[in-house]
Design a protein. Sequence first.
Length: 415
Amino acid sequence: MMFGFSLAYFLVILDTTVLTIALPDLRDSLGGSLAGQQWAVNAYTVAFAASLLVGGAVADRYGAARIFKAGVAAFGVISLLSAAAPHLGVLIGLRALLGVAGALCTGGSLGLLGQLFPDPAARARATGLWAAITGSALAAGPLLGGLLVDLSGWRAVFLLNPPIALISLLVMRRVGSPRGHREIDWRVQALACAFLGLVAEALIDASAVAGVLGVAALAALVLAERRSHAPALPGGLLAATWPELLAGAAANFAFSGALFVLTLLLQDTRHLAPMAAGLAFLPMTIPMTVNPLLTGRLVARYGPRPPIVAGLALLAAGLTGVALTDALTLWLLVTGFGLSFVLPALMAGMVNSAPPGTAGTAGGVLNAFRQVGATLGVAVMGVVGRPLLVAALLTALTLAAYALAARRARTPIPA
């Protein structure tokens, strides 16, 4: 069972990275500007981020297994359609639908993680294994993307998903989970989706209209949350976990932005083939496959905070080294170890802190912040000067804020 829902989340994470390495071939095939290439990547992450709260809520309400299977099936079908996209606009729209399907997969898999491993220590170890399996998607993304593009072009990237989705569904076919008692206020959920999507669009396209609409959506969301009988966020969740949410956003900002910038650098400036560019990222992505098992054990023994602090420090150091030296392999390795400490520890901490029956929602909140960070990373680091130093500085500031917050005993989240 663990393999089945980890395999599906492998797909979700794979699609955040696998297309990046194919961007030059995609540009040659379908055309489009740099902004169009950014949206080919960001349409997925924007829709994913905007839908994560809904994905977690419906998993908690209708049963994690049921929502998980629906998301996996949709992911496979939409991937087939993406492989046949006739032009860039269609592909961007299908990538957005893939993001929604990915949010359902994520909400269901996190709900299953909380359901199958009720003991916090066992859940921390299981989270480490889950992160190792899914972290392999980050390692496989650039490598598989480069291999498939070299063999058959960018369309082959999407043909990888359907057979993996089918295997996951077959493994999980007998797994079920009961419906929950949590109610869903669809008006609040719609406002949350609108806010996340509009903010991402405003920052990517520098759209004043989207920014104004995003602020309006936030005001409406806050008002609706106060009056709602079923708010999108459990009481006290943000207050208790904001340092973890900030750390998750910063880590994904750094990773996705660096991947985008370095991909273009390696292929456009250094003229590496897609496969060679994918291999260049292995020092960063391999630690994210093997190290989460150790991170899970550390979290089970010491709690999530020490691995998060160590990971943020390594991440900041690695990005600085990549920006300032020619030792790309060494500093990408340091960056990868930083991410491999941060991300599993954050997930374990959030799921452990969730009130009963809200593991999907808590995981959805963390992943929403992470995906907003990833979207901003691609958008911001594609236009600023010295982008890797910007990411390193942001990570260092996040480390300072998290370390200060970790010294204070935070109030437990009410059930």
